[in-house]
Every structure is written in C-alpha cells, then in structure tokens.
Design a protein around this ligand. Structure first.
Ligand SMILES: [Zn+2]
Length: 539
C-alpha cells in the first residue's frame, strides 16, 4: 500500500511540476540511468527532491531559469546514488583496533595485543579481526587472551562476522558469566569444567555483540551512524539497508534519528532474544520514525561461511572430510518465521550461504504458501553463494531475490580448498541468476566501497564466467537494491518522477581499466536534490 500511495504522489508531483522551473540542472554528463528503456542521457532537471526531466544537454539547459543552479558535469560519469542492500554497522563503545595482517596466526595476534596494551588505558575496549588460522587453533581461548590482556576487554571477531573470541574483562563488561544459558542457533564454547572458554559462534556471538552494543552510550551510537553515513556519501551511496544491526530496533531507531544524516536507511529487525526482541513471538513492527528511516523487515541467519566451514553444505567440505557445517535454526523455527512473513507486509531476509541452507529456506517457502503470493513478498536470500544449478529454478518459481556481496568472490584459493573444482564451477552465480530472470541486488556486507564491489562483481575471481558487465553491476547496485526494498518506483533510476539521488564520479566507471576501479570516488553526491558531498572539482 505504501508503495502504491508513494507512486500516486510521485505522479501527482510530476504533473504539478511540468512546465515549472527546475531548482537544479545537471548538464554535460555521461549519465547512466539504470533504466533499460533509456540507459544513457546527458542531462537532467531537478525540482524539489525529484527528477522532472531527462534528455540532451541542449534540451535540459533550455528549462533553466534565473534561479536554477547549473551543475556542469564536464563530461564526467553520473550514476544513481548507490543503495548498499546489505550492510552492518558495528555499534560498540569506543575502542582501539589491533593492527593485524589478513588471517593472522595466534602468535601475531598475541604480539599485536602486547604492543597495543602499552598505550590503551586499562578498561578501554580493544578490537581485532582474525580468520581461519587463529580460529582453527585450539589454544585460541579466553584463558590465552586473559594471560596476555588481564586489564582490557578484548573483542576479536572473525572477518566474516562468524566467530568471536572474548576475554574475561570483556565478559565482565557485558555482564555475562559462566551461567550463560544456551542460545538458540548459537554455539557457546566451554572448557571441560563447563566454564565459558571465550569462543562463541552464530547466534551466541550475535547475542554477545548485541549486549556490547547495548553498553554503548547513545551519543556514541549516534556519532557512529553519522560518521558511517558521511563515509558512505563520499562513495556516492545514498541508501543503506542494515541487515541485522547490533543494536535492537528501538535503540537503533533513536540513534538513526539523532544522527539526522542525509541518508535513506532501512533497518531489518534481527531477533536474538535480547533487547526486547524474542524469537518466540513476532517482534512488533517499530514505529516509522522519519521519512528517511524505514524500520521494516526481519533478518534471520541460517548458517556461517566457508571460511570457518560453517556454511551448511549438502556434501562435505573437500578439505575436512565429514564436515558439512550445520543449519543454525530448527525446521520449526524456520517454518515459523516464514509463516510470519507470508501473513504480513514485513519482508523476509534470510542469510543462507551453503546449498543445504539455501535448500532449507526455499523448501520452507515452497511449503509456506502459494507462489503467486510469495512473488508479491519478494523473499530475500542474503548471499546465496552455494546456489547449485538445481536450486535456481526453484528460487525463480517462488519469486525470491538474491542479494549478493561481490567482495566475497575474492577468495578463490580458499574456495578451491573448501569445495574442489566441481563446486567452484557453479558457486556464487550472478550472470546465471540474471539469465534465469531472478532479481539481484548488491550489498557490500564488508568494505562499503561500491567501486571495489563492482570490480569484484565484474571480474568474479572465484568463478569468472559468472561476472556481470559494469552496466549490470551498477543496475543491481541501484535499481536492483531499490527493488529488494520495494522502492523501485521511488529511487534507483535517474528517470522522471524518481528521487534525485545521484553521484558524479571522479573517473568513468564504465571504461577505466579494472585496476583503476577501486580508487573511484564521488566528487559530488546529490541527495533528494541537495548537494550532500562535494569535493570542489565541479564549479
Ligand atoms: Zn551480513
């Protein structure tokens, strides 16, 4: 209903504006619209927060009046504002970060931590990231951390977000003791006397992250949201979808409102059983605080990732005979949240990485209702990396979407070890999904740089035949991401009637050599017709 109402408003606004003087015109651009009917234009006109005309520079220039601001793009490439369809903002108390290489050994972590505690005041949080080398080492425990850092809370997270090690000071900070009861969907590491060994997986980890987020004072949370939005605008990002924020809805809503950032936010609730959200009763839809912040949708996580061999696979990992990962949540729980989504206007977003997890999700959707109804609900598969060819027609049949995160394509050696050649040949489909008519969106779920993600999407190091063209990647990152949040009539395309969210780029995204993609930035970001980021190169 909201979408239809907004569309009527948009049409009304358009007819009211016809013949009126634009507030701003953008001319002499190489403008990619993400609209298949007219992908390239030179110029566009903006009135209020909407685009009122697109076309050649000569035509659009004639619309300008004495009060119209002219942005001369000088031949630069212009794209719709990026919509990061899968992002996380870690809300934590102020901390210092360990300087570590990718996939550090525990000795490297120990050395970095010893160095860090020389300058970090006792009691202040220290954070760091690890990967497989540390996680697969049995010595990587709370006791080991306590011996190195008895005075500082230490919070070490797997770079994939799946796997957490904390020390005793960190547990004390979040008031969590050895009596912590089992967490549905999670694994709590314990020593042989039943005490917490500091290692937490999946929902147990998310519970601890949420407890840490809740220890963050409101002003700091607001500062983190505001800073994140400012960083994003410099990349030409104008919409961010938060898929399981560490803060629960009520607190996140307050923080986002207080941040008062020129950014369109969507917050998916992430029920964990702390902070007012439970898994047993459907978390209520929070109030919608401002037109820029939409608190709607629910996120669930079915498995981990192949890095730590927690992606739930139908066949065992090639480098760990017998290990298949596991599905975090029970069939009954999956059936329950699928049922909630079927009976409401509350979109469903499910992290499913391994083929067994994706299969379990599709099966629950198939059993949970009629395809015609599901098509209106657009159930989202977050990641969908191991979507084997047999699953693709079932995804298509139920009207499901795939939100993919291209920087995840950049670990071909690890994937080859985990999966072997045969599975590598079909993993992380992108082109196959488009060919099958499945809507795709792009979210970063990692480094927010959209140009880095576009580089990964268009080269696809893990499975090059699944690479997208640059036009397809930008379309997925803008129009595709808007579709994934039911906003395709509002934003995502630079066409008449849509929001004037756009970025003028420092280099031509569509023609620079691959190696130069990552360094592209927005030189000017326009948000609802307002300039919200400007490096000063356009006069
Ligand atoms: Zn994620």
């Amino acid at each position: 209903m909201m979408t239809r109402f907004a569309a009527i408003l948009a049409v009304a606004a358009l007819s009211a504006c016809a013949g009126q003087t634009p507030d701003t015109v953008v001319i002499n651009g190489k403008i990619f619209t993400s609209s298949p009917s007219q992908p390239w234009v030179q110029a566009l006109a903006i009135r209020g927060d909407r685009i009122i005309a697109v076309g050649d520079t000569s035509v659009i220039s004639r619309l300008a009046g004495s009060s119209t601001r002219t942005i001369d793009a000088g031949g630069r490439t212009v794209v719709p504002g990026f919509n990061d369809a899968h992002q996380h903002i870690a809300i934590t108390p102020p901390s210092d970060r360990l300087e570590l290489p990718f996939d550090p050994t525990i000795d490297q972590i120990a050395a970095a931590l010893r160095e860090q505690i020389k300058t970090t005041a006792p009691g202040r949080l220290i954070q760091g990231e690890f990967a497989d080398a540390a996680w697969s080492n049995a010595a990587f425990t709370r006791a080991w951390l306590d011996a190195i850092a008895p005075e500082h809370p230490v919070w070490l997270i797997a770079f994939t977000g799946h796997g957490l090690l904390v020390n005793s000071r960190a547990l004390a900070l979040i008031e969590t003791g050895d009596n912590l009861s089992e967490v549905e969907g999670g694994v709590i590491g314990r020593d042989n006397r039943g005490r917490l060994n500091g290692r937490f997986e999946e929902y147990a980890e998310y519970l601890l992250n949420r407890r840490l987020a809740l220890k963050t004072d409101a002003a700091e949370a607001t500062r983190l949201y505001r800073q994140f939005a400012a960083d994003a605008r410099a990349f030409g990002i104008t919409s961010i979808q938060l898929l399981g924020d560490s803060l629960p809805a009520a607190d996140a809503s307050k923080g986002l409102v207080a941040a008062d950032a020129p950014m369109r936010w969507r917050y998916f609730r992430f029920p964990i059983g702390v902070g007012g959200e439970t898994m047993d009763s459907r978390p209520p839809l929070p109030p919608q605080p401002t037109p820029l912040i939409e608190m709607k949708g629910m996120k669930w996580i079915l498995d981990g990732t192949p890095i730590e061999r927690l992606g739930a696979m139908r066949a065992a990992y090639s480098d760990a005979p017998g290990q298949k990962g596991h599905i975090d949540l029970s069939p009954a729980r999956i059936e329950q949240f699928v049922g909630w989504a079927y009976g409401s206007e509350d979109p469903l977003a499910v992290h499913a990485f391994g083929d067994a997890a994706i299969d379990a999700y599709i099966s629950a959707v198939e059993r949970g209702g009629r395809a015609e109804v599901w098509k209106l609900k657009r159930p989202r598969i977050e990641h969908g990396d191991m979507m084997s060819p047999d699953l693709i027609p079932r995804v298509k049949a139920m009207g499901m979407l795939v939100i993919q995160n291209p920087t995840h394509f950049t670990f071909p050696e690890i994937f080859l070890a985990r999966y072997g050649k045969e599975r590598l040949a079909w993993m992380q489909p992108m082109k196959s999904l488009l060919d099958a008519g499945i809507p795709i969106a792009i979210g970063s779920d990692g480094p927010m740089n959209p140009f880095l993600n576009i580089m990964a999407a268009t080269t696809h190091p893990a499975n090059p035949k699944e690479a997208l063209t640059r036009e397809q990647a930008v379309t997925a990152y803008t129009a595709g991401s808007a579709f994934a949040e039911f906003k395709e009539r509002e934003k995502g395309q630079l066409v008449v009637g849509q929001l004037a969210d756009l970025a003028v780029l420092s280099a031509d995204l569509f023609s620079v050599p691959v190696a130069e993609l990552e360094a592209i930035r927005s030189v000017m970001t326009v948000f609802g017709g307002r300039i919200v980021h400007d490096t000063g190169v356009i006069h």
